[in-house]
Write a protein that binds this ligand. Structure first.
Ligand code: EPU
Length: 339
């Protein structure tokens, strides 16, 4: 059974874990020698995955460890982190080491390798703000290749590893640039208010206090996967033309919340669209929409991947027919084509 935070009984033909770049290269060399062409899927911590069915191929997982300072220049510290390191253990380690920039990304489940594929983000910060380059291994040839952050083509929850190079490279290490000075990023709506509620002074704020505030915000909205299976936000927030806002407003009978993207586009919270369609807190068989954050789909106990996928499609259809907007899954769906 393959570990995943949805708590699904996920299976594959084969599962291969490696702890070094050399072990991964040997695995690829063996496959080449045997002329194997069976599918490969590289997973991270299983916190952003939906196994929709049995995976007829090999699932790969990195256990590459290690956090190493590679250079220090003025205020900057450059750190190389193994893909198999748990993301939040890395954030904690950085804060303990007084390296700053990742505090807002506290308590995100998953591993460092996936952070560089998915460009994880929360509370106004994205992984790509700190990533400077990524070490990978080509799963076809076994060759090592380095990608600069620009080559990774980072965008909102997106990178080249989710687009044209999807499935081609395994991330082995991620190189981050953090800073010795602490310049908290507090622009995200609600963050300043949450600090005030905790009696924290923005000026004298300590990194660990920011971390704990973020953890509190997340805990209030996102279910603990050990209690209720889920994969965080199930959908991405759609980017729409500004003209579409008039249509959304007329359909909803109220002003939609939105965030500026550029002169022509805004981002609308998918959670709001889903809630407007009456899905918040609603179940479809053993799968449901979380009652405290409509962007999160949950496993009520014995859901299968196809139960979750059925709920996903029902929500997508309702949002499309009511607002004319296609919302796309943020989680990676494995074992079946995305609908
Ligand atoms: N909202 C609703 N109903 C809800 C929840 C939210 O209408 O049930 C509306 C509210 O207007 C609210 C707005 O949506 O102000 C935004 O909600 P929230 O601050 O919870 O953020 P989000 O856009 O729903 C994104 C990320 C989260 C991240 C938070 C905080 C995506 C897909 N999700 O959610 O990321 O933690 O912002 O920065 O961008 C994840 O990727 O797994 C994840 C949890």
């Amino acid at each position: 059974m393959i570990a995943n935070t949805f708590g699904l009984a996920a299976t594959a033909d084969h599962y291969f874990e490696y702890a070094t770049v050399g072990a991964l290269q040997q695995f690829i060399a063996r496959r080449r020698a045997e002329g194997k062409r069976t599918p490969l899927f590289h997973m991270g911590g299983g916190s952003n995955l939906l196994f929709a069915g049995h995976y007829a191929g090999t699932v790969l997982h990195s256990r590459i460890a290690g956090i190493t300072v590679t250079a220090e220049e003025g205020d900057d510290v450059y750190v190389r982190v193994g893909a198999g390191v748990e993301w939040d253990a890395w954030v904690q380690y950085a804060i303990d080491s007084r390296w700053h920039g990742l505090e807002n990304l506290s308590a995100i489940p998953g591993e460092v390798g996936a952070s560089a594929v998915q460009n994880i983000g929360a509370y106004g910060v994205e992984a790509c703000d700190a990533i400077i380059y990524v070490d990978t291994v080509d799963l076809h040839t076994g060759e090592v290749r380095h990608f600069t952050a620009a080559e990774c083509r980072y965008a909102y929850r997106d990178s080249i590893f989710k687009q044209e190079l999807r499935g081609r490279y395994a991330v082995t290490h991620v190189h981050f640039r953090l800073s010795h000075s602490f310049r908290p990023q507090l622009s995200y709506g609600g963050l300043r208010a949450a600090l005030q509620e905790r009696g924290l002074d923005e000026v004298n704020l300590r990194p660990s206090e920011l971390r704990h505030t973020i953890m509190g915000l997340r805990a209030a909205k996102l279910p603990d996967p050990r209690v209720l299976g889920n994969a965080g936000s199930f959908f991405k927030n759609p980017v729409v033309d500004r003209q579409q806002i008039d249509h959304i407003r007329s359909k909803a009978g109220q002003e939609p919340p939105c965030y500026d993207v550029d002169a022509a586009h805004v981002k609308v919270p998918a959670a709001w669209l889903i809630e407007q369609c009456g899905w918040k807190g609603r179940a479809l068989g053993p799968a449901a929409v979380y009652d405290r954050q409509a962007l999160v789909l949950i496993n009520l106990g014995h859901a299968t991947g196809s139960d979750i996928l059925r709920l996903c499609r029902a929500i997508q259809a309702d949002v499309r027919s009511r607002f004319g907007i296609a919302i796309e899954p943020e989680v990676n769906i494995v074992g079946e084509e995305q609908g």
